[in-house]
Design a binder for this molecule. Structure first.
Ligand SMILES: [Zn+2]
Length: 168
């Protein structure tokens, strides 16, 4: 799955989460941003990805020791992130964002033939019953669909807020 599709899905879920919990606009934006960033983070194990290019050395190290789509695409990784964020006293809302972002990434990668090592360190590839190629038509259309849905969510929210505001 391309980074674009991952980011689009993370942003969609982040938007849905932000709109379904009572937060001000600023916090909502941080929620959406955090979920979006964590939705592309697992691909740090792949040096050609956006995050991989950003953190080249770390990316090479992870790839060297674990390979692609192993530790950073696992339940173990989600647990480690949750523990580290808790130790850093990060608000629960953002820990939830991180977990939503990472799991959205893992779910999408499970739809590709390569699958993910969800139960790392157990060497077992997990895939969905139906899979499709990264960068193919379906991958691209998913990215578009997620973006359209996000725009729709924001649009309806603004519409309702405006109606409330003018007491209709
Ligand atoms: Zn991935």
């Amino acid at each position: 799955m391309t980074g674009k599709t991952h980011a689009a899905f993370g942003i969609l879920l982040g938007t849905a989460y932000a709109l379904n919990t009572p937060h001000d606009i600023g916090t909502s934006a941080v929620i959406i941003g955090t979920t979006g960033v964590f939705s592309i983070l697992p691909d740090i194990c792949h040096s050609g990805s956006k995050v991989g290019k950003e953190f080249k050395l770390l990316s090479r190290l992870i790839n060297f020791f674990f390979g692609h789509r192993t530790i950073t695409h696992s339940l173990l990784f989600m647990a480690v992130i949750a523990v580290v964020m808790t130790l850093l006293n990060i608000e629960l809302t953002y820990i939830i964002c991180a977990l939503i972002g990472i799991s959205s990434h893992i779910v999408l990668d499970m739809m590709t033939p390569r699958g993910v090592a969800l139960f790392f360190p157990i060497d077992m590839k997990v895939t969905m019953p139906v899979t499709f190629k990264t960068g193919g038509v379906l991958d691209m259309s998913l990215a578009t669909t997620f973006s359209v849905l996000t725009a729709y969510l924001i649009y309806t929210e603004m519409f309702h807020r405006t109606l409330d505001w003018i007491h209709l």
